[in-house]
Design a protein around this ligand. Structure first.
Ligand SMILES: [Zn+2]
Length: 366
């Protein structure tokens, strides 16, 4: 029988309950600071902004949200087990059953901590093998071949992560730029999925254009994996225009852009609408926040077109300012806003159960 591999061992798919399919519990992606900070430039002097080494403070929340989230080490640091245990407890208190933890090596935290949090809160947590974007790769992977990538992932899947015995339940891949090394890694992930049935979550960077994201899913599918096991995350970024200039130039850009979603869904691939509750943007670069109402409107349209079995949701908490204890919505945005809003606009309970229970269990079981 197929099972879901959690940090506390295998669990029957029908025990997962309400599942968030894209989260980070213990993570640190501050390698992004190097990328963002030079592009952002210096913040305006009149707001007395915090320095990169300052802790996240109440008076800096608006500054960090609107343009400069990346310019603060502490904001990237989600390694405080006490903090994240409280956040996961909130998820449980609102009926949450399972979290898919999408922090792959490069940004992955202590998986033993995930097990402690899972045990204390009662929430199932599924950890990830794989690799995050190439710039975050540990040095030993920079020259790896496809068979070496495969052997390493298989070792984590069969024997556990870093000697802990804790086994991952999915492969995370991320491509912000399709370098040859990055494409080789996608080929390896695809073959491991084909061999084992383990699901693959593919992250496409904020700036990824359509051509790049085509190449990511085509490379994955051509290397052997089934589209049923593939989940493309952050798909809200592909249905909403977030460039102020494009919105000014073209009034039609205000509507959800669904053609690309249909193209992907028609191939049997699954998509995740996540980042619910996030209000950050990069105003300094002319980029506006993706509003939750757009994501809801896109889901509404797509489920009405019959794609309700291939869509899942998450909040993708990846910064301190996204946790409830630092002024964000936390993981509970799904239960507090998304589900009640879908109900209010007439999405059936059967479809909501697909988005949050049945499709997650199907994807995670192998
Ligand atoms: Zn993420």
């Amino acid at each position: 029988m197929k099972t879901v591999m959690t940090v506390r061992g295998p669990v029957a798919p029908d025990e997962m309950g309400f599942t968030s399919m894209h989260e980070h519990v213990l993570t640190n992606a501050d390698f992004y600071m190097e990328e963002y900070v030079p592009v952002l430039g210096e913040p305006p002097a009149c707001v007395f902004p915090s320095a990169p080494q300052d802790p996240v403070r109440m008076e800096d929340l608006a500054y960090l949200n609107h343009g400069y989230f990346a310019r603060n080490h502490d904001n990237w640091d989600l390694s405080d087990e006490t903090l994240m245990m409280a956040e996961v407890s909130d998820f449980h208190a609102c009926g949450g059953g399972t979290i898919l933890e999408c922090s792959a090596p490069g940004i992955r935290g202590d998986v033993s901590g995930l097990k402690r949090i899972s045990r204390a809160t009662g929430v199932h947590i599924v950890a990830s093998t794989g690799l995050y974007a190439e710039k975050s790769w540990p040095a030993r992977f920079l020259d790896a071949s496809v068979p070496q990538f495969m052997a390493w992932m298989m070792d984590e899947i069969e024997n556990g992560i870093d000697g802990t015995g804790i086994r991952p339940g999915q492969i995370k891949v991320a491509s912000n730029a399709n370098t040859e090394a990055q494409l080789d890694f996608l080929r390896a992930a695809s073959q491991v999925s084909a061999d084992t049935g383990i699901m693959v979550t593919a992250h496409l960077g904020v700036g990824t254009n359509q051509e790049d994201s085509h190449l990511v899913y085509k490379t994955l599918l051509e290397s052997g994996m089934s589209p049923e096991h593939l989940l493309m995350c952050h798909f809200h970024g592909k249905v909403q225009i977030t460039s102020l200039d494009m919105l000014l130039d073209n009034a039609a850009a205000w509507a959800p852009q669904l053609d690309y979603a249909r193209e992907v869904l028609d191939q049997g691939i699954n998509i995740c609408f996540d980042c619910f509750g996030q209000t950050w943007d990069t105003e300094a670069l002319g980029s506006v926040a993706d509003a939750d109402v757009y994501k809801i409107a896109a889901i509404y349209q797509l489920v009405n077109e019959g794609y309700g079995e291939q869509i899942v949701i998450g909040t993708d908490v990846f910064l301190k300012i996204m946790t409830r204890r630092y002024g964000g919505h936390g993981y509970v945005r799904l239960q507090n806003y998304v589900v009640p809003t879908l109900q209010r606009i007439g999405v059936s309970d059967a479809i909501i159960a697909r988005l949050t229970v049945t499709t997650p269990a199907r994807l995670l079981a192998f």
